[in-house]
Design a protein around this ligand. Structure first.
Ligand code: NAP
Length: 486
């Protein structure tokens, strides 16, 4: 027991930005018994898996990077996938956490043993790890979703999900269908359109757009960022406030939201000169309800002669392609599913059982919830990163992850310094914070449509209802009184 208090064994599941942030924070504060279990053969999480052509972050890199690892050599405002992955690899290496990662170790089960007071974590390959504290950093967007359309197995052509892009399949000269028009699809559709003989884009719901040209930084700007003291920090502050202003628009859809919506509408009108195409693309819900898409390439791509936008719902999949509700069969060689992720299921398909052998899925029967997105009553010394209600529509998730890493570290420091064995959030604290959080969605744009932020009961389980700075404020100091220490 003394060992567990002085040097608790900490298992982190997932080596994406979240898991790496947690490991760095813990190691920096003297927790040296940290193991990261990662299902993939490399670190990076979403940036490891999402390698589709055009993959990039639409959040500026000055913001989409750790506060303690600011770079002055980003190639452009919003970095491509490979640059972000290289950044994360470098950060993990420089902070000495790469050697804590066990690769190709997909976790299947996490069970809390009440008598032993610790977690047993099992992987699909059969290895077992004991932990005094467990951090689940698998994120919200790790499990690709493909709709179970009738006839899905009958398709005789090639198909893959955008997050599992098949780079060995050459799209040149092919007839291609893209299903879905979310943040991923709008990045790869322009790339696919350049190669394919014909591209059919299947849109279920229109989106609001804002410009994103994302040109490579000029040598002058790069030099200025590199050499002018304070310029990098100034850009970060400015971009932070710009992102917060998007949340203002979402929180206040009738006032500020309307203004930003007008800006979006003007941009979309310019990009869509054909009134018929414009009518079909136009969203029918409040600006900001779904994720606003940043692209200056996607809408013009829809006007290309080899691209067709299809808004008729898909009825079924045939051996030759996709059939829409009007009976038309769209014959294609390849279907690319840009249909997103099973975001609201969080840690699934891992089986997580808490103090009384109770499955997390049962506790979350009516929708996922956790105190500050991290702590669930009945799951001692377990923390989630990028858990329920910690997604942001406007900001950078890295701020949330850093805040969570610091909060978890403080919690474990309390445990260690108090000589306790485990901690558990008080059920009434969690219930009250969840009530307050859900109430804050009232009147915001998020409630104005269906989106991946909501579970099947309509509860918004993905997003934080406020600003980045609010979340950072709430999590800055660990509140020991909210927890029971044993
Ligand atoms: P997504 O936003 O969930 O989009 C999925 C798309 O598939 C939507 O257009 C959806 O239509 C459509 N769809 C789903 N089921 C369908 C069905 N049965 N029939 C027809 N269409 C269907 O997924 P995503 O584009 O992969 O993006 C997910 C999230 O990842 C983003 O919101 C964002 O947070 C993140 N992301 C970020 C970046 C970045 O640059 N920062 C880039 C890519 C992704 P409906 O709209 O009608 O549901």
């Amino acid at each position: 027991m003394a060992r567990a208090m002085s040097s608790p064994r900490i298992v982190i599941v997932g080596a994406g930005f979240g898991g790496i942030a947690a490991a760095i924070e813990l190691r920096r504060h003297g927790f040296d018994n940290v193991t990261i279990l990662e299902g993939a053969a490399d670190l990076g999480g979403t940036w490891f898996y999402n390698r589709y052509p055009g993959a990039a972050c639409d959040v500026p890199s000055h913001l989409y990077s750790f506060s303690y690892e600011q770079r002055r050599d980003w190639s452009r405002l919003c970095s491509p996938q490979q640059e972000i992955l290289t950044y994360l690899r470098g950060v993990a290496r420089d902070h000495g956490v790469t050697d804590a990662i066990h690769f190709s170790q997909r976790v299947s089960d996490c069970a809390f043993d009440r008598d032993g007071g610790r977690w047993t974590v099992r992987t699909e390959s059969g290895s077992t790890h004991e932990a005094d504290a467990l951090i689940l950093a698998t994120g919200q967007l790790s499990r690709p979703f493909i709709p179970s359309l009738p006839g899905l197995d009958r398709f005789a052509g090639h198909s893959f999900h955008s997050a599992r892009w098949d780079h060995s399949y050459d799209l040149t000269g092919r007839r291609v269908a893209v299903v879905g028009t979310g943040a991923s699809a709008v990045q790869f559709v322009p790339e696919v359109a350049r190669r394919a003989a014909h591209l059919s884009v299947f849109q279920r719901t229109g989106n609001w757009f804002l410009p994103r040209r994302n040109r490579v930084y000029s040598p002058l700007l790069r030099a200025a960022i590199r050499y002018i003291p304070g310029l990098q920090s100034l850009r970060r502050v400015w971009l932070f406030e710009y992102c917060e202003s998007l949340t203002v628009a979402i929180r206040h859809p009738r006032t500020f939201g309307r203004l930003v919506g007008l800006r979006s509408a003007a941009f979309m009108r310019r990009q869509l000169p054909d009134p018929e195409l414009r009518r079909r693309v136009w969203p029918d819900y409040t600006f900001g309800c779904k994720r606003v898409l940043f692209s200056s390439q996607y809408l013009p791509t829809l006007s290309r002669p080899n691209v067709e936008l299809i808004t008729e719902p898909i009825a079924d999949v045939t051996p030759a392609g996709l059939r829409t509700g009007d009976g038309r069969e769209h014959e294609v060689d390849c279907i690319i599913w840009g249909t997103g992720f099973t975001a609201t299921e969080f840690v699934a398909p891992m089986r997580v059982r808490g103090a009384h052998g109770r499955p997390l899925t049962e506790v979350w029967r009516d929708g996922a919830h956790a105190h500050l997105g991290m702590s669930v009553p009945g799951f001692p010394s377990m923390f989630l990163m990028y858990g329920p209600n910690t997604n942001t529509s406007g900001g950078s998730i890295i701020f949330y992850l850093e805040a969570q890493a610091s909060y978890i570290r403080q919690a474990l420091e309390h445990l260690r310094s108090g000589g306790h064995r485990r901690l558990e959030v008080r059920p009434e604290v969690e219930a009250a914070s969840d009530r307050e959080l859900q109430a804050r969605f009232a009147g915001t744009a998020w409630t104005g449509c269906d989106s991946w932020y909501r579970d099947e009961r309509g509860r918004i389980v993905a997003n934080w209802p406020g600003y980045m700075r609010e979340y950072m404020g709430r999590t800055r100091a660990f509140a020991a009184a909210d927890y029971v220490f044993t």
